[in-house]
Write a protein that binds this ligand. Structure first.
Ligand code: FRU
Length: 521
């Protein structure tokens, strides 16, 4: 159809206005995003993760308030918008519809008169127990730690960490702090933080796990505002080589059909491979207290502790709330760094990324329940090309973005080396006689920023099968290796001069599948 001149002119103007409003919607991202996003070099800086979440700029640590609501996975995170090192904490915010692609949103929570906004969780208050709802949508409620920096600096009292809450009625886009904050006063410890709140179905109440220096405390509430102490766990269990932080608590049906409760507890320092790390416990929780499963407890009898990741770069990881029962997964994500060097890694514009999302399960090995994790299937949508693998041959992957799946006989040694043209490399080795996996990043490129970065990390193989299944995700500054279906995992970062773009497998692989991946930004 031919439009008269005036009509077509009007159409052009309307189109231009529509286009401007699209751009405006984009600019609801962090302030810089609208301008940066259009540039060709968006997310192309040296060492910039291509399919991991990282903030556009400045400092990020723990994932916070991970909750699913109305088609969106929310990822809030510890954020300091004024620098690339840790500072007064806010909650940054991003959402994803598929756990793979992320949209940056404006900062969700700012410090206030009670303090900085440290780590915590978020829930959907479906029945409006808090009364924050407006009769329409259920409130999204964030539960976090206030850290009163001035009080800490004054150095007189140790009670500068308390718990506070805030709510949103518009899918996490805007937040109102509760006027009755803080909702839990400090019990007399300088470390009292990172509340994880869940709805405890059996007792029809909210339950909070919160870390207190060397143990966890459980509180319960009918309305997310009034909390009563229920019990403690951990003074005598697990490792106490560092300060306990960022707990998680959730039920899970195991491979034998039994329901267990998992308690995740992050600790800094004390990771057997150095720095901050994540230990976990399996048992039962009755709404009041957590008790260890007797078989799992035997692992701890000799002052043992059980770790979720043998690598050095998976910390403060917790799971998403309110994932629909129809999905049924327990989804986990961690901060892909380590307090030993996080603030000095050689990235200029931003610091740190998150791990890829995992799906958790419980399996039994020698009758002991263990928590394992594998990459979520959604990541397979990143595959852009399948590459042919020929035994013994090195393969070039120009983009340096790769998914590797392999099966190896467990009675033979094998290694997987990723390298570049600068003679830099990282290597996973398996030694059959010792049943040992090692990850070597001593030749991984720039490690001048910290004497504590370079190293070889190891873990003993747990599973007893004849074959070892491996899944690996390689990005420009990290690799995540899932061995024996995630029974042992290495999450590791590195800073090569150029991305690793060559793969060499030695030893006999029974099967190898290789995919080049595309970035998400
Ligand atoms: C863990 C942690 C938390 C705290 C937050 C502060 O990495 O130390 O315990 O809430 O970081 O940013």
């Amino acid at each position: 159809m031919k439009y008269p001149y005036k009509v077509s002119y009007a159409i052009v103007i309307i189109m231009a206005m529509l286009c401007a409003s699209c751009q405006h919607r984009d600019s609801a991202d962090t302030p810089s995003s609208a301008s940066v996003k259009k540039q060709e070099d968006y997310y192309q800086e040296k060492h910039r993760p291509q399919f991991h979440f990282s903030p556009e700029e400045h400092w990020m640590n723990d994932p916070n308030g991970m909750v699913y609501y109305d088609g969106e996975y929310h990822l809030f995170y510890q954020y300091y918008p004024d620098s690339t090192v840790w500072g007064p904490m806010h909650w940054g915010h991003a959402v994803s519809e598929d756990l793979v692609h992320w949209e940056h949103l404006p900062i969700a929570l700012y410090p206030d008169e009670h303090g900085l906004i440290f780590s915590g969780s978020a829930v959907i208050d479906w029945d409006n127990s808090s009364g924050f709802g407006d009769g329409g949508v259920p409130p999204m409620v964030a539960i976090f730690t206030y850290h009163d920096l001035e009080k800490e600096r004054a150095g007189v009292e140790d009670d500068y960490e308390t718990q506070g809450i805030a709510y949103s009625l518009d899918k996490g886009r805007s937040w109102t702090k509760y006027e009755g904050n803080p909702v839990i006063q400090n019990p007399g410890s300088r470390d009292f933080r990172d509340p994880k709140v869940i709805w405890h179905e059996a007792s029809q109440k909210w339950v909070m796990a919160v870390a207190v220096k060397d143990h966890l405390k459980f509180y319960a509430s009918p309305d997310l505002k009034d909390w009563a102490l229920q019990s403690e766990f951990g003074k005598e269990q697990g490792s106490h080589a560092g300060v306990w932080e960022c707990p998680d608590l959730f039920p899970m049906v195991a491979d034998n059909g039994e329901t267990y409760w998992v308690l995740i507890e992050n600790m800094n320092p004390g990771n057997p491979n150095g720095g901050s790390g994540t230990q976990y416990f399996i048992g039962q929780f009755d709404g009041v207290s957590f008790s260890l499963d007797p078989e799992f407890g035997k692992l701890l009898d000799a002052k043992g502790s059980v770790w979720l990741d043998a690598g050095r770069d998976n910390y403060a990881g917790v799971t998403w709330s309110d994932v629909p029962a129809s999905d049924g997964r327990r989804l986990f994500m961690g901060w892909m760094s380590n307090w030993s060097y996080a603030q000095v890694v050689p990235t200029e514009k931003w610091r740190s990324a998150m791990t890829i999302p995992w799906s958790l399960s419980i399996i039994h090995i020698d009758e002991v329940p263990r928590l394992i994790g594998t990459p979520v299937d959604e990541l397979q949508t990143l595959r852009s090309k399948e590459l042919r693998y020929q035994q013994g041959e090195a393969i070039e992957i120009p983009s340096g973005l790769m998914e590797i799946r392999g099966t190896f006989p467990a009675d033979q040694d094998f290694s997987i080396e990723l390298s570049n043209n600068q003679n830099e490399s990282v290597t996973l080795n398996f030694q059959a006689v010792k049943r040992q996996f090692t990850f070597d990043r001593t030749k991984a490129g720039d490690d001048s920023f910290s004497a504590d970065f370079s190293g070889v990390h190891s873990v003993t193989r747990l599973a007893g099968d004849d074959t070892i299944e491996l899944i690996a995700y390689l990005d420009h500054a990290s690799i995540e290796l899932f061995l024996d279906e995630g029974t042992n995992v290495f999450s590791e970062i590195f800073f090569p001069t150029e991305p690793f773009n060559r793969l060499q497998i030695t030893g006999e692989a029974q099967a190898v599948q290789l995919y080049e991946l595309q970035g998400i930004w």
